[in-house]
Design a protein around this ligand. Structure first.
Ligand code: B12
Length: 220
């Protein structure tokens, strides 16, 4: 018993070291060390979810706008790479059914927030279809018709995207798809008013809140 707890303490200390390196790299705007430290943390076995929650998001909070732009590039290759076998076993352990579709709304090319959410969802074991950026409302509707799709997540950072968000949610929630899919909105331009006005099922102020809501939906 004593030995196990000592090992756990060592492991936690080790993880703390690698997570701190990630925070340091992200907050100091060092693109190459961002990539390296994220990869190192993954290689030594720090769970991706910890790297995102305790490392990347903390580092981002300390960095300015330039940091966010660099981090967007650095993250893409590193944290979105959970292999399919691992994902499936995580999904089974959590009793998930159904897929999540995600995309950034028409006219909007911001993808860092969306990619962070995807990385988090993958680390929970969720099965994801990423429609990418600048996604037309009708594409969300088409995706919602696919078998197994249960959740549609829409990212929205530019306030000029409001008409497209309204159109997308209307296509998803005003017809026969309303009972098939749940819709969640996120991103800096989303407000409680928009979520209520559009009749989306939920909105989330950040990826952590979003992933918890989706987690509950996929278990039902
Ligand atoms: C980085 C950035 C860019 C990068 C994007 C790089 C990339 N690959 O994403 C570049 C330089 C390309 C860019 C371009 C532009 N940008 Co810009 N950009 C930003 C910036 C600095 C950070 C956005 C970001 O990545 N934040 C970090 C992430 C982690 O946060 P987030 O996106 O909010 O996501 C979190 C949550 O919201 C949530 N989340 C996000 N999506 C979703 C979805 C769901 C379903 C859920 C549940 C949760 C969720 O999870 C994330 C983690 O918690 C913001 C300013 C800011 N400080 O926010 C401006 C900002 C968004 N941009 C802005 C503008 C105006 C532009 C441009 C039009 C500029 C121009 N004149 O060309 C263009 C847009 C081009 C286009 N057609 O989209 C404005 C928007 C203003 C507005 N209200 O409309 C902002 C607010 C800057 C400002 N203060 O004016 N931008």
């Amino acid at each position: 018993m004593e030995k196990v707890s000592l090992e756990n303490k060592k492991k936690a200390k080790n993880h703390f070291y690698y997570i701190n390196n990630v925070i340091e790299a992200v907050s100091s705007l060092d693109f190459f060390s961002m990539k390296d430290t994220i990869k190192q943390a993954i290689d030594v076995g720090v769970p991706v979810i910890e790297i995102i929650k305790k490392g990347i998001l903390k580092g981002l909070a300390e960095s300015g706008e330039m940091g966010l732009i660099l981090a967007a590039e650095a993250l893409e290759g590193e944290i979105l790479c959970i292999d399919e076998e691992t994902r499936r076993s995580l999904a089974k352990a959590r009793n998930y059914s159904g897929k999540v579709v995600i995309g950034t709304i028409e006219g909007d090319i911001h993808n860092l927030g969306k990619n962070i959410l995807i990385a988090l969802m993958k680390s929970y074991g969720m099965d994801i279809i990423d429609l990418g950026i600048d996604v037309k409302p009708v594409k969300f509707e088409e995706a919602a018709r696919m078998p197994d799709v249960k959740v549609i997540g829409i990212s929205y950072l530019l306030s000029s995207g409001e008409p497209f968000i309204k159109r997308a949610v209307s296509l998803l929630k005003n017809g026969e798809l309303a009972n098939k899919v749940k819709v969640i909105l996120g991103g800096a331009a989303v407000s409680p008013e928009i979520a209520e006005e559009t009749k989306a099922d939920a909105y989330a102020k950040d990826a952590l809140e979003g992933v918890d809501i989706i987690d509950k939906w996929l278990r039902n």
